[in-house]
Design a protein around this ligand. Structure first.
Ligand SMILES: [Zn+2]
Length: 455
């Protein structure tokens, strides 16, 4: 099949931006070519053409961090991380003790992700093995590419959500054996210790061993909120930093996803870089729970692997377009905050140059320009795929990759009637800042139509 549309995709390096583009997809759901339509057509006489103009084709989006059982508890404002977990989240996760309820919730979850253009999703389940099994079944049926794991906790949570370390690892291994690598790798397992405060050293070490033995992913949270950091220091006094807790347990590697990573010290960043672990930026969640603003530009320039996550239920929806907009906004707020502080410091009365430099260092003052929508799109596609080690499989419109792509109707979010051609960056900026589910006309995973507004 040859799809004809405006193609827009990050490449490595650069950008694919073709007004009259063609995307050739073979019967196994793989992209065989992406280029000018006329060229592809000439080389493929007789191949069926689906003319999608004036729509655009973009790569499918990659959501690296969200919590399936929290979907029903989204948008409950007013609390920072730790009391929010107690008040809103643990009760929602307890409800997943009912596998039928969990299956129904998973069906809605993956349907909504596909409808918003998410084709790859890393998901936390509840601690219940049966609920997680049912989530995998729903992901298998929906057609989404999914990395799922049951949450693991052996302390500091309600009794109904706790297990022993041994039982938690055993149940996770059983799920992993059943699901990891299923359907040619479309479904994969992630060992999912919630975060250091709810896991003993024994459980964390067990996760490290299990992940090494199976080659599955690890997903957990890191350095989200200052109260959390203080708690981790109290619980793990032998570790100089939060990242070291995970490093000592053998959890850091190229198949590790760490949600948030806002308050990281230079030594922690060095550990993460060396391990090739991925950091998941969840800016809507970070604002919602008053956690902070990640210095995204600095993390990127230091060479950390960063992708985007909606972090439902602290993020209000599964909408990665809104997450891209917030990533740009948070980056601008961070840059403005840094500039304003630097200006105030420069005007500080009575201080010496040396004192000013010392204060700027203590505040980590380092004004950087904010990211733009094209950079945000890269984070939500190719960078996310790379953080999963799937950079050769998905994340861009390139020959050899699976055909994970979206058909987008830019005019649905454009208030100006009959606009003429304009640069892709302008169109993308509207798609991100004015996103509407009606603009996602169709979502394909491996060439399979998984969502369509017209059928
Ligand atoms: Zn989370």
């Amino acid at each position: 099949m040859l799809y004809r549309a405006h193609l827009l995709s990050p490449l490595d390096p650069g950008l694919l931006d073709l007004e009259d583009g063609g995307l050739a997809v073979d019967g196994s759901g793989r992209i065989t070519a992406a280029g000018p339509f006329a060229e592809l057509r000439a080389a493929r006489a007789g191949e069926e053409v689906l003319d999608l103009r004036p729509f655009w084709i973009l790569p499918g989006l990659v959501d690296l961090h969200s919590h399936l059982p929290q979907y029903g508890a989204v948008a409950q404002d007013g609390l920072p991380l730790l009391p929010w977990l107690e008040t809103h989240i643990f009760p929602a996760e307890l409800a997943f003790g009912d596998p039928d309820l969990a299956a129904a919730a998973a069906r809605v979850y993956f349907r909504d992700q596909l409808a918003l253009g998410t084709t790859t999703s890393a998901v936390y389940g509840s601690p219940h093995p049966e609920a997680t099994h049912r989530a995998f079944q729903e992901a298998e049926a929906a057609g989404i590419r999914a990395i799922i794991g049951k949450v693991m906790m052996d302390r500091h949570a309600p009794g109904g959500l706790l297990e022993t370390a041994e039982a938690s690892v055993a149940a996770s291994l059983e799920l992993c054996a059943h699901w990891h690598g299923r359907d040619g790798g479309r479904l994969q397992y992630a060992f999912t210790p919630r975060f250091a405060p709810t896991c003993t050293r024994e459980l964390l070490a067990g996760v490290g061993r299990a992940a090494r033995a199976t080659g599955a992913y690890i997903q957990t949270h890191l350095s989200e909120n200052l109260e959390e950091l203080a708690w981790v220091r109290e619980l793990f006094p032998e570790c100089a930093t939060y990242t070291e807790v995970y490093d000592r347990a053998g959890l850091l590697g190229p198949r590790t996803l760490l949600g948030h990573g806002i308050h990281l010290e230079p030594g922690e960043r060095a550990l993460l870089r060396a391990a090739g672990a991925g950091i998941v930026h969840c800016p809507r969640s970070n604002a919602f729970l008053q956690s902070g603003i990640m210095p995204l530009r600095r993390w990127l320039e230091e060479g950390l692997s960063v992708g985007l996550g909606t972090d439902v239920g602290a993020g209000p929806s599964l909408d990665l377009w809104a997450e891209m907009a917030m990533a740009c906004t948070a980056s601008k707020l961070h840059a403005a905050g840094q500039r304003n502080l630097a200006a105030r410091l420069a005007r500080m009365e009575g201080g010496t140059e040396r004192e000013r430099t010392r204060i700027a260092g203590a505040l980590h003052l380092d004004p950087e320009p904010p990211i733009d929508p094209l950079r945000a799109l890269r984070l939500a596609t190719l960078d996310g795929a790379r953080a999963l080690g799937l950079g050769a499989v998905t994340g861009s419109l390139e020959a050899g990759k699976d055909a994970d792509f979206l058909v987008i109707a830019p005019e649905r979010v454009d208030p100006a009637p009959a606009r003429g051609p304009e640069p892709a960056a302008r169109v993308l900026s509207r798609l991100i800042y004015r996103a509407d589910p009606a603009m996602v006309r169709a979502t394909y995973v491996r060439g399979r139509l998984c969502h369509s507004l017209t059928t």
